[in-house]
Design a protein around this ligand. Sequence first.
Ligand code: PRP
Ligand code: MN
Ligand code: MG
Length: 183
Amino acid sequence: MHPDVESILFDEQTILNKVLELGNQLTEDYRGKNPLFICILKGATLFMADLVKRVNVPMEMDFMAISSYGASSQSSGVVRILKDLERSIEGRHVVIVEDIVDTGLTLKYLRDALMHRHAASVKIVSLFDKPSGRKVDIAPDYYGFTVPNAFIVGYGLDYAEQYRNLPFVGVLKSDIYATSKTD
Ligand code: PRP
Ligand code: MN
Ligand code: MG
């Protein structure tokens, strides 16, 4: 537990069990395809690390960083690439690895951008899905858990860059973000 966390939604073992399930499914679906798994920094880092250990096919990894659309332009859908892939994805089977799909703006942008680079396929795996937050019509191809409309942190998910290192996922106490002056 953590003093800023009100309740635990998914403990460490529950998360790892689900990651194993997702890894097994991806192993089946990507056999012989030499997929490229793309981790979206920073939230997806813990999920990526645990997931790829459970994907038992030859594969490669790369990393992308996307600008947050921030407080002032929250619904604009304007997303910027801060760190791009190292290599061409032309003809590759791409798996975007995310921690959570909320509004869907990040993934909508990313999926379209990667399709335009002529990938053979682009699929999304997200550990968490928050359908109540959706602003654009997009859904992960693979997901672990549906989450309620609450501020959740841990296992990669942050609030003001904190709490990513928690091994579980929980609901942040509301007084933490109500009193904070940072985003
Ligand atoms: C969070 C999360 C997803 C995205 C989901 O990332 O990790 O990438 O937001 O939100 P959306 O569906 O509304 O686009 P954030 O921009 O906070 O960056 P981070 O991963 O570095 O925390
Ligand atoms: Mn993110
Ligand atoms: Mg964040």
